[in-house]
Design a protein around this ligand. Structure first.
Ligand SMILES: Cc1ncc(COP(=O)(O)O)c(C=O)c1O
Length: 446
């Protein structure tokens, strides 16, 4: 999105020539702004990266990242398929016009009613996560008189070995449990899962899946071989999940903040200022394709499925938020704005921010931008460097397209307007601002 910014009259930030301060006056703040050009560019870059090295592939946009109907529809029109993970996700994908045969259904919780809807809509694949789920799906498919194609999700969790004692995170994980080990089949159970799948007369095993992509191809390729050679399955799809990091925002967490505080007291350099290096999507695609080609042997080439979310939508959305108050406390400058983790995700607190009404000013100071909620973790940005900020400034929070519209809550505040600047550079509302009546509409007063 940054490349479509410019400075307009009055030192205002513009996007495709549209004055963002005028937009904030017209629609009020907070205001989400999505950019169709950026959405297209992100999708195209991802598509080209994989197309170049592995043409037989299918991009299943992870709808939970942003389930707005217009966003989903635009991605469908660009040629995306979709990954859904709930009844809401399935509803949104169908409503946005995705045909069932371009949908795959993921997730550890799949209620019978939703599985039935998915099968009724001829869903391409259901990625099964447990023996119980396989049994349940087999009987649903039997009742409905259909044969359903399935994938098996394989868990890439590796129990930490001896070196766990040297890593405090591993110690913690070994101490209670690895939070991710509930997803999919553990590697040690996967042959049993193949045997089980052979007995499911109404299911057809066609896919192996793991998420995130980092360990997926290493994990899945030997299993693909086993599935073909030892169990006689014809695996058509290899799904490496999501996890494609656009590298535009980051998180710190309490531990790093405390460490930073101690470092500052000792006069040391803050480690919060380091940005992590993210591999380019082109190099990620290349290494996945290389892994597959090198390890496939004589097996038929599977269709590679990817489930990107943040990479596609993250940088296509921004948030405009008004500075309500400025306060000094604890050695920090706190900028209190009218939007918080109620509408942008809690997982990121290192976001790029700009002052949209004084876009060229360059004197910088470190500030914490915090939302209106009453809990300490309500951060928009931690220790970001921006020009001297004043009350009523409009802060542009970049890279807010992922896990904002789909995971915002109505805690204390109704959800705000979202607009899209479309390819004709017109502004269209893609989600209307809620009112207190909207929030309480389903409540009963008894
Ligand atoms: C199964 C699955 N697929 C895809 C995604 C999207 O991941 P990302 O947005 O990191 O690409 C997620 C997100 O957690 C996921 O759980």
């Amino acid at each position: 999105m940054r490349k479509h910014f410019a400075i307009g009259t009055g030192n205002h930030l513009t996007l495709h020539g549209i004055d963002l301060i005028e937009l904030s006056s017209k629609y009020g703040t907070p205001l989400f702004i999505f950019d169709e050009a950026t959405l297209n560019e992100n999708f195209e870059r991802f598509r080209r990266a994989f197309e170049k090295v592995y043409p037989k592939n299918m991009i299943c946009y992870s709808t939970k990242t942003n389930n707005n109907l217009t966003i989903c529809k635009l991605l469908r029109e660009k040629g995306a398929s979709a990954e859904v993970a709930s009844e809401l996700g399935l509803y949104a994908a169908l409503k946005a016009g995705f045909p069932g045969n371009k949908l795959i259904y993921d997730g550890p919780f799949k209620p019978i009613s939703v599985l039935k809807k998915a099968l009724k809509n001829n869903i391409l694949l259901v990625n099964v996560e447990s023996f119980q789920e396989m049994k349940k799906l087999n009987s649903i498919a039997g009742e409905m008189g259909v044969e359903q194609a399935i994938g098996l999700r394989v868990n890439s969790f590796k129990p930490p070995r001896f070196f766990k004692y040297l890593n405090p995170n591993n110690l913690l994980e070994a101490g209670y449990c690895h939070p991710s080990c509930r997803f999919g089949f553990l590697l040690r159970d996967i042959h049993k899962a193949f045997e089980y799948a052979q007995k499911m007369e109404n299911l057809r095993l066609e896919c192996l899946m793991a998420h995130p992509y980092q360990r997926a191809s290493n994990l899945l390729l030997p299993l693909l071989k086993d599935a073909h050679e030892q169990f006689g399955f014809e695996i058509k799809y290899l799904n490496v999940g999501g996890g494609f990091d656009p590298g535009v925002s980051g998180s710190t967490g309490d531990f790093l903040l405390i460490l930073d505080f101690i470092k500052r007291k000792l006069g040391l350099k803050s480690s919060l200022d380091k940005r992590k290096e993210i591999p380019s999507i082109e190099s990620v695609a290349e290494s996945i394709a290389k892994d597959i080609k090198q390890n496939l042997g004589n097996l038929p080439e599977p269709t590679l499925i990817t489930e990107p979310g943040r990479f596609i939508v993250g940088s296509s959305g921004m948030l405009l938020s008004r500075v309500d108050q400025i306060k000094m406390a604890g050695g920090y400058k706190w900028v209190i704005v009218d939007a918080g983790t109620n509408i942008v995700p809690l997982i990121h607190d290192r976001r790029r921010i700009l002052i949209a009404n004084r876009a060229t000013e360059s004197n910088k100071e470190l500030v914490n931008v915090v939302g209106p909620l009453l809990y300490p973790k309500d951060f928009i940005a931690i220790k970001e460097s921006i020009p001297n900020v004043e009350e009523n400034d409009i802060i542009a929070v970049l890279d807010c397209g992922a896990y904002s519209l789909s995971s915002s809550t109505q805690f204390l505040y109704p959800r705000p307007t979202a607009v899209l600047i479309n390819s004709r550079e017109e502004v269209k509302v893609i989600r209307k601002k809620e009112t207190p009546e909207d929030v309480l509409r389903k409540d009963a007063l008894i």
